[in-house]
Design a protein around this ligand. Sequence first.
Ligand SMILES: [Zn+2]
Length: 258
Amino acid sequence: MANYQTDEALCLRVIDFSETSQVVTLLTRRHGLMGLLAKGARKVGKSRAGPMGGPLDLLCRGEAIFLPARADAGLGTLTAWDVRDHHPQLRMELRLFYAGQMVCEFTSLLLSPLDPHPELYDQLVAALELLAGPQGRRAVVAYMKCALTEAGYQPRLAGCLACQAAARPGRTMRFVAAAGGVWCADCRADKTAMKVDGSVILALARLPTPLRLRAQPPPREANSRALLTAARLLMGYARYIAEKPLKTYSLAPAVFEK
Ligand SMILES: [Zn+2]
């Protein structure tokens, strides 16, 4: 008897495969990240009423029924997909779609397959909901910080790792990916580490999670330039951890500049 599973999921990546199928990467709430073959998902016409309800799209949230991959095989099988939120507002503006792509790639880069992170799943749902609103840019950076923390790489931003000098506006700090934290300009001679003003480090340290941003939106408007710097810092850190470049790194200016 096949061991079918059901779970809530977000679609992080879609590749068309053969004339009628897709290979998708889903972040499921209780089963973690998984690659699945969605057979027949691209069939058009009458089959739209079938178990897939049409092709899967990036950023959509739904209910999945699937057979997880066996330990010796790469892909599981998606047998049914019921879309709950297609996030149409993120498909109306390129900047918002880029932001969605950015958080999707960040997630698949940092998480291991079949390692459940229900808390991070909820944070990603909240971040995607916030993207099109006034907290959208903040939500991208807040989610990146959350994903790093959940993956076991919480950035250490309280102060210089060597002398404990606190970050403050006007004090130049350097983020050292190999140490997962910041050093002050006096302690760190390595000029290759990313230079960033203390004000950005302070703001990043205080930035709440997407769920908290949604519950209690900060009244002050976010500083887009500071958010762009913070996003670059966190993406550089993720690239160091995963030892893989982020394809969406180059989208950051379009996402954060006004
Ligand atoms: Zn120092």
